[in-house]
Design a protein. Structure first.
Length: 349
């Protein structure tokens, strides 16, 4: 940026990025000519044509190298602007670009900086508005529920009691939907701001955190979680906490749709050169035409589990978003209904 800044201080170059390039190229082209003139004029010895030819070739080569290096420095503003935009798209990282230059590159940096700030402000304002509306909706839904509970405390007819219970169930579903919606927003924001640095993750070290969250549910359905470590650790572009969250969601999903006294397999291995993690079960499975629906937000495929467990409809959607944001792929396969399912995470090496 120093070269770009210094050239921007020259009056006739200030407002044109193209002119800066032409100016550098013009100087570069004339370096060999200037060198040859000095060589001829100030040489005290007789100069042979061969000497002039060799000197010209050397000066031309040096001039080309110097010009290319200078031009490479001159494109720094474009590179910095591109990097800032990429970092914001990948991890919502806010960069501070210089905005006081008046040529085309300066305007590009200014527009990118303003667009990033406007987008960030819009996202924050939208989330604040949604949280506020969600809070108000919970209050509105709470009023009829309170009235319904008061009705249940009175000696009423069976039909009135039945209707009051329906109101309570309906408002409870509304509360759950609002809570899941807020959770979705928070998780999406967390994923968007995720760290993209490659780090070594020891798979055996994350297993206790998974067990802590799922142990009781496994015991309730007498399900055995079988873990296979064919690879001990790997360098991945995913936060350890996010990977735990994904695996907890996938295993939780497998528990929900598995029968009593069954088994779920968690496997870490290498396939060709890729790092692969699979979660497989022998549960109710799904048909091939339902695969795309599995990963949709608030999916229509939200089903009741084998022990009548409820579904939020956002777990698999979030898992896919997290994995894809961290340079991986998440897919699901099943041989059909009541033939189990397998969810496969692939991180390409």
């Amino acid at each position: 940026m120093n070269l770009y800044h210094n050239l921007s201080q020259i009056g006739f170059l200030k407002k044109s990025y193209a002119l800066k390039f032409l100016f550098v190229a013009f100087i570069g082209i004339h370096i060999p000519l200037i060198g040859i003139l000095f060589f001829v004029l100030y040489s005290h010895n007789t100069i042979s044509p061969t000497s002039i030819l060799i000197f010209s070739l050397i000066m031309t080569l040096l001039a080309a190298i110097i010009t290319l290096l200078v031009l490479n420095q001159l494109i720094k503003p474009i590179a910095i602007a591109s990097q800032s935009l990429e970092e914001y798209r990948d991890s919502r990282k806010l960069s501070v670009l210089p905005t006081d230059y008046s040529d085309e590159a300066g305007l590009l940096m200014y527009n990118i900086q303003e667009s990033i700030l406007d987008t960030e402000n819009f996202i924050n304002e939208k989330q604040d508005l949604i949280y506020m509306l969600s809070h108000d909706l919970k209050n509105f839904a709470g009023n009829p529920q309170v009235l319904a509970k008061l009705i249940l405390l009175e000696n009423t007819t069976e039909s009135v009691e039945y209707l009051a219970k329906l109101i309570c169930e309906s408002t409870n579903l509304q509360f759950k939907y609002i809570e899941n919606f807020i959770k979705l927003l928070k998780e999406q924001d967390k994923v968007a701001k995720g760290n993209q640095e490659t780090k070594m993750i020891a798979f055996s070290s994350i297993l206790p955190f998974i067990n802590d969250q799922l142990e009781q549910r496994l015991l309730d359905k007498r399900i055995n979680l079988s873990v296979s470590f064919e690879i001990v650790e790997a360098k991945l572009k995913i936060d350890e906490g996010l990977l735990i969250q994904v695996l907890v969601n996938l295993i939780s999903n497998a528990i929900k749709f598995s029968h009593l006294d069954s088994e779920i397999k968690l496997r870490f291995f290498i396939e060709k050169t890729d790092i692969v993690i699979t979660v497989s079960d022998n549960g109710i499975g799904f048909s091939q035409n339902q695969i795309e629906e599995l990963f949709k937000k608030f999916s229509k495929m939200s089903r009741v589990g084998t022990a009548n467990e409820a579904s939020t409809g956002i777990g698999l959607y979030l898992c896919k978003k997290i994995i894809e944001k961290n340079k991986g792929k998440l897919s699901a396969t099943s041989e059909g209904k009541n033939k189990g399912a397998e969810f496969k995470i692939v991180f390409e090496s």
